[in-house]
Design a protein. Structure first.
Length: 115
C-alpha cells in the first residue's frame, strides 16, 4: 500500500492503521501537528482524490465535524482517516496545509515576484 500526497507528489509506503496525517508528517509534507482532537481543529483536512475505499470510514466525531463545516464528500480529516488494510492499492490525497520543498519556494518566487 502506498499513499501519494499532492500537490508535492510525494509518495510513501503505508500500513494498516496509519493515519493520513501521520504519513504526511513522516515525509515532511505538512506542518500540521495533531491537535489532540478535543475539540477538532480541522487543520489536517485533506481531499481524497483516489483510493477512498482503502481508508477507514468516518466515525461519529469526524462525521459531525464534516457536517458542521460543510465538507464535500471526498474531504476527510487526516488525523482520523486511516489506512484500512495493507494491500497493493494506492491512495492519492491532496493536502490543504502542506510544506513546499525549498526548490518549490524558490521557483514560486521567481515566477511570481521576479517577473
Ligand atoms: S489535527 Fe486537529 S482535527 Fe486533525
Amino acid at each position: 500500500m502506498k499513499v501519494t500526497f499532492l500537490p508535492l507528489e510525494s509518495t510513501t509506503p503505508a500500513s494498516e492503521g496509519d493515519s493520513l496525517l501521520f504519513l504526511a508528517q513522516k515525509i515532511g509534507a505538512t506542518w500540521v501537528e495533531c491537535c489532540g482532537m478535543n475539540p477538532l481543529c480541522g487543520k489536517c483536512k485533506v481531499s481524497v482524490v483516489e483510493g477512498e475505499e482503502s481508508l477507514t470510514t468516518m466515525r461519529n466525531k469526524e462525521f459531525d465535524y464534516a457536517k458542521e463545516n460543510g465538507f464535500l464528500p471526498y474531504q476527510r480529516l487526516g488525523c482520523l482517516a486511516c489506512i484500512q488494510k495493507d494491500d497493493e492499492s494506492e491512495v492519492w490525497v491532496e493536502l490543504e496545509n502542506y510544506v513546499l520543498p525549498q526548490e518549490g519556494v524558490e521557483k514560486w518566487h521567481k515566477e511570481n515576484l521576479e517577473s
